[in-house]
Design a protein around this ligand. Structure first.
Ligand code: ZN
Ligand code: ZN
Ligand code: ZN
Length: 363
């Protein structure tokens, strides 16, 4: 059985245990996870239908069937013609909505969900993550290997930047350079990427712009790409010129918080514990209110996915889970510091997939 048929079988196990009759998945990373292929969602309905038992099927525009054919060795393709109403085909395929519980992929366009609900008013609809997040959180060996490669390429790209005289480039130029390096070294796509200089670095989600980096700036660089669909995400903070004492102090607090949180990672630990460790240390140093966001997020086919490393998340970490640990301290009008590595939970602890040093570097 292929890895994809196997994943669908596992999803069916979750559905049976949860009393879910159907899982509806559009083009999305969920689809790529389940069948090995996905494209962009459009206004034409293309929906993978997984029943709790029995063979899956894929309802799609009939002219797209040839594209899906190579993947369709364990499910049936059902093409619809342009003049047809595909939602009606779905309704017929699932045998009407009465008494059915249907989980819809989290990325399914709202307009499609509304159409499906209108066609099957007696059905109960649930979010698809109730079926898929627990499966997607734990990566198999092939997924782990792709994640490792994506992180290695990210390390390389940042090292390449440091060989350039980039201290008079704009934020956008720095980001373009890093993205080009990711693609040159094997990534097939790049993320949004944040390059935040000077006071801009105090905003965790600064929108990278034309500001020229200058002496006296903190420089937060947060970027990543995808390798075989699996994402990387790393943040380092540099200082241009001789860093003042306050910056050094804040940097070392973030570094210590990151180190302590990483040390706390291991199988059997709750996700929220990792957040508590990082936040507890930063709070003990007086900067609690300046740590503006959760400590991390899962990573895989999506840049942000379960498990979220946040207070209240009681998810118990397991070997094979991958997520970021990225504490930060942000001082409005002055500077911000964030340090982010991707961690993989192992049988007895964790391994950082990023090897780029965490020590303070002034440029
Ligand atoms: Zn973020
Ligand atoms: Zn990041
Ligand atoms: Zn991140």
């Amino acid at each position: 059985m292929s890895v994809f048929a196997q994943r669908c079988k596992q999803a069916q196990g979750v559905m049976q245990a949860g009393g879910i009759d159907w899982l509806f998945i559009p083009h999305s990373t969920d689809l790529r996870y389940l069948i090995g292929y996905s494209h962009r969602q459009s206004e034409r309905l293309a929906l993978f239908l997984l029943p709790a038992t029995g063979p899956p099927r894929f309802i799609l525009p009939s002219f797209e069937e040839p594209v899906l054919q190579p993947y369709a060795d364990f499910f049936k393709l059902i093409g619809w013609e342009e003049q047809e109403n595909p939602v009606e085909r779905v309704r017929v395929e699932v045998g009407g909505g009465a008494g059915k519980t249907i989980a819809c992929g989290d990325d399914l366009h709202a307009v499609m969900v509304l159409d499906l609900q209108a066609a099957m008013p007696e059905a109960k609809f649930l979010p698809g993550r109730q079926v898929l997040s627990q499966l997607r959180m734990v990566k198999d060996l092939q997924e782990q290997s792709a994640l490792q490669t994506a992180s290695r390429i990210t390390d390389l790209a940042l090292s390449a930047l440091l060989e350039e005289q980039f201290t008079d480039w704009s934020e956008l130029e720095i980001r373009s350079f890093l993205h080009r390096e990711l693609l040159r070294n094997g990534c097939e796509s790049v993320g949004t990427g944040i390059v935040a200089s000077g006071p801009n670095s105090a905003s965790p989600h600064h929108r990278t712009g034309g500001r020229i980096v200058q002496p006296g700036d903190a420089l937060v660089i947060d970027f990543g790409g995808a390798f075989e669909g699996y994402r990387s995400d790393m943040t380092r903070t540099f200082f241009i010129g001789e860093p003042p004492e306050e910056f050094i102090n804040v940097y070392e607090i973030v570094r210590e918080a990151q180190t302590q949180a990483v040390r706390a990672v291991g199988p059997g630990v709750m996700a929220e514990t990792i957040d508590q460790v990082a936040r507890g240390y930063i709070t003990s140093q007086g900067y609690g209110p300046n740590f503006l966001h959760r400590t991390g997020h899962g990573i895989g086919l999506d840049g942000h996915e379960h498990p979220y490393i946040v207070e209240g998340n009681k998810t118990v970490l397991q070997s094979g889970m991958t997520f970021s640990v990225e504490p930060g301290i942000y001082l409005p009008g002055k500077f911000g510091v964030r340090l982010e590595d991707i961690l993989q939970v192992t049988d007895d602890g964790a391994e950082s997939l990023n090897k780029f040093p965490l020590e303070l570097m002034s440029l």
